[in-house]
Write a protein that binds this ligand. Structure first.
Ligand code: PLP
Length: 383
């Protein structure tokens, strides 16, 4: 039998339970939009489907109600949306951007690719996120030009508190809310970047959104995504790139909006089942704390020092797990210099503990109650 490896662990049989299964529209649901696109012969360059998708996402993010006055700009990914915002918001040369230690590497690479310096901040021990009080402490003691909080594992960031932080300190907040689309409210001051990648709850395969209350920033970021063109004269006014969403993806997005209630309901059921069947283990494991209930993008549990043991044991039972957001940023070989001169054990004690304790269990729309009971039974045996 083929031996595959997963996160460094040998796997000798195919998974019985997958960690993540994308939930996208059927081709037949996308087809009417594709027919429309083909009839118009307009496939990219901010076509009619892209404009409709942006308008629909504005309502979607505001929960269908009148919310803050926001602009929504599509991109090829959350990574390019973040880079666009960083490059066009007006940061000084050599700007220092505060980011959490526990996040997907794109948070850091967006900062580096934009030409700035990431500055690391430890996360909260319970919600596993960088909070406004962390940013206040850091900005009070060193030069920080922008802050990028992350919606860890899809947990919405506290919008009102970050709005207040930005207003009171004048430090711009460009939040990496990649995994929180559908649950993360927009702010009145802060800027958000969402991912529409296949691994995300609201997915179109690949794509991203910049959501901002700043109409001028939206204009500059859109121009950056289109080589730097502005106006219709065919001249560039900044050095941009090509990071535009094409009409095929916008078509998938329009079809996906119609499925969102169903996706959310299924994911809520899976979450409720987990919380019920894992309740007897609550003296050995815990999950991400939050003041308001939310459905995570990836269901990560904390079991003190047991992450590797859980991954291996579940794998023996054919259950696939993932070490989401691990290793911490400062342990990626390509990001070595990011914590140069810092004693990470002293500077990031929470992350140093979490890195041995966090493990992502299977979490997606297609898990049955039996699957979740199976996972819980295996956990009960080994913990
Ligand atoms: C926190 C975070 N930031 C950024 C990204 C990158 O998103 P995209 O694949 O859309 O560039 C991800 C994707 O997993 C993420 O989880």
């Amino acid at each position: 039998m083929e031996i595959r490896t997963c996160d460094g662990i040998k796997l000798s049989e195919p998974y019985k339970i997958q960690c993540l299964v994308p939930d996208l529209p059927e081709p037949r649901d996308i087809l009417p939009y594709l027919e429309e696109m083909h009839a118009a012969r307009w496939y990219s360059n901010f076509g009619p489907l892209n404009s409709r998708f942006e308008a629909a996402m504005k309502l979607f993010i505001n929960g269908g109600a009148i919310g803050p006055d926001i602009e929504v700009v599509t991109f090829t990914s959350a990574t390019t949306a973040l880079e666009a915002a960083l490059r066009t918001i007006g940061l000084r040369e050599g700007a220092r951007v505060l980011i959490p230690t526990l996040t997907f590497p794109a948070t850091a690479t967006a900062v580096i690719n934009a030409g700035f310096t990431p500055v690391l901040c430890d996360v909260d021990a319970d919600s596993w996120e960088m909070l406004p009080h962390h940013a206040r402490t850091m900005t009070a003691s060193q030069a920080i030009d922008a802050v990028m909080p992350v919606s860890t594992y899809g947990k919405p960031i506290p919008t009102a508190e970050w709005d207040r932080f930005m207003q009171e300190t004048g430090v711009p907040v460009i939040a990496d809310t990649a995994a929180a689309l559908g649950q993360q409210p927009a702010g009145e001051h802060i800027h958000l970047a969402f991912s529409l990648h296949a691994t995300k709850p609201f997915s179109i395969g690949e794509g991203g959104l910049l959501v901002t209350p700043d109409a001028e920033l939206a204009k500059r970021a859109r121009s950056w995504s289109n080589f730097g063109f502005s106006g219709s004269g065919g001249v560039i006014s900044q050095i941009g790139t090509n990071a535009k969403m094409g009409e095929y993806y916008a078509a998938t997005g329009l079809a996906q909006i119609e499925r969102w209630t169903q996706i959310k309901t299924r994911r809520q059921t899976v979450l409720d089942t987990y919380l019920e069947v894992l309740a007897p283990l609550d003296n050995r494991i815990r999950w991400q704390s939050s003041e308001d209930p939310f459905i995570p993008a990836t269901f990560v549990i904390h079991a003190a020092g047991q992450a590797q043991h859980i991954a291996s044991s579940l794998l023996d039972a054919g259950i696939h797990t993932r070490f989401w957001y691990l290793p911490p940023l400062y342990e990626h070989p390509a990001l070595e210099g990011i914590a140069a001169g810092i004693d990470v054990k002293t500077a990031f004690p929470v992350t140093e503990e979490l890195k041995h304790s966090l493990i992502g269990l299977p979490f997606h729309s297609f898990l049955s109650r039996r699957d979740v009971e199976n996972i819980a039974a295996t956990l009960t045996k080994i913990l």
